[in-house]
Design a protein around this ligand. Sequence first.
Ligand code: ZN
Length: 151
Amino acid sequence: MLFRSHIVFSLAVWFLLSYYVAVPFWVLGFVLLSTVFVDIDIKNSRFGNRWYFRPLQWVTSHRGVLHSLVACVLISLIVGSFNLWAGFGFFVGYVSHLFLDCFTLSGVRLFWPFGFKVKGFVKSGSWVEDVVFVLILILNVLYVVGRVIMH
Ligand SMILES: [Zn+2]
């Protein structure tokens, strides 16, 4: 999935979460950071094209280790060892990223090191993704407008 799809979806998850749980607002920064982070193992992703991620990409492959629950839990625990809320935000962003990628045709090895891939029917960057992106974006805008009007 594209960078922008991950951002709007993580925002939607954040809105839903912060509606039910009293999460500090700054945690949103970690949600967005982790949702962007997961794709640094992809050469042509928004931030993955930086030269300094190249060595990492030799180790992990596209949709490899980073796109797995093992990495999600481990890295979130490391972040959480510094600050629990930060680790929580990182976990939420990470899971939302993996969830969305599960719908892609290329799929994710969610249960790495097992080879089994979770796949969907959406081609990354296709019109289906565009529709999903716009729908979630509209939901987000409606939610924010709704919150502003209610207050
Ligand atoms: Zn991804």
